[in-house]
Design a protein around this ligand. Structure first.
Ligand SMILES: NC(=O)c1ccc[n+]([C@@H]2O[C@H](COP(=O)([O-])OP(=O)(O)OC[C@H]3O[C@@H](n4cnc5c(N)ncnc54)[C@H](O)[C@@H]3O)[C@@H](O)[C@H]2O)c1
Length: 217
């Protein structure tokens, strides 16, 4: 299938692109960094997702995965507004089969940075809006909402042993996900899945259910 993925130069987006390529799909990646994937079925467009004038003309996208995102750098503009622009441009057309937005556990808990969690909360609502609008094409739209994933985005805490120990104490499964695990979820939700739509799939190792029950002994 013809797949468009944003943010493919590193992290989760790169792992998703590589997984689709391994499964024989044709992938176009949009990223503001240079390409880091060398494969005959991969085309790289070096472009900022906010730069509407420079977004490449691509017809008949069948799978769209909105993954490009940042923390504490114009989060609403990049994580939400650009995601909406890209979806309206490439996703709202009859050939679309599925759209997946990479959200965050932060949208469910309100944790992390103010603009970041608000941007991801917007993604959660917009996912439902799009799901209704592409349902007439028989297509699905969901969000995949990770907790911690081992990517360069998190280098500053992954490389700090004290902070890392604190983070693991808050994480019931005592580890973070790998980008490859997220790629498998992305593949399932966009290729295997045909009937789940408008949903936000939280994959966070139990962080969001890590409550502490208080009761009399
Ligand atoms: N890593 C985590 O723990 C985690 C948790 C929850 C959600 N997420 C989400 O997953 C997505 C990917 O995160 P990651 O951890 O792989 O991050 P990352 O920083 O490792 O990779 C992000 C990629 O997106 C690209 N990108 C960022 N802004 C861009 C822009 N304006 N235009 C074009 N390309 C741009 C970057 O160049 C980079 O290649 C993000 O939406 C992030 O919010 C990550």
């Amino acid at each position: 299938m013809k797949v468009l993925i944003t943010g493919t130069s590193q992290g989760i987006g790169k792992a998703i692109a590589e997984h689709f390529l391994q499964q024989g799909h044709t992938v176009t990646g949009i990223d503001r960094q240079d390409a880091s994937i060398d494969h005959a079925a991969y085309t790289h467009c070096k472009c900022d997702v906010r730069d509407t004038e420079k977004l490449p003309p691509i017809d008949d996208v069948e799978i769209l995965i909105n993954n490009a995102g940042t923390q504490n750098e114009a989060d609403i503009d990049i994580n939400l507004k650009a995601l909406i622009t890209i979806t309206e441009k490439y996703g709202l057309q009859p050939r679309i089969r599925s759209i997946l937005n990479i959200g965050s556990a932060s949208a469910h808990t309100g944790a992390e940075f103010p603009e970041y969690c608000a941007s991801k909360g917007g993604v959660l609502a917009y996912t439902k809006n799009v799901a209704m609008r592409i349902a007439p094409y028989g297509a699905t739209c969901n969000s995949l909402d990770p907790g911690g994933v081992l990517t360069p985005l998190n280098d500053c805490v992954m490389n700090d042993p004290v902070l890392w120990a604190q983070i693991m104490a808050e994480t019931p499964l005592k580890r973070w996900a790998t980008p490859e695990e997220m790629a498998q979820w992305a593949y399932f939700l966009t290729v295997t899945n045909k009937f789940c739509t408008g949903q936000s799939i939280l994959v966070d190792g139990g962080e969001a259910i890590n409550y502490h029950f208080v009761w009399k002994d």
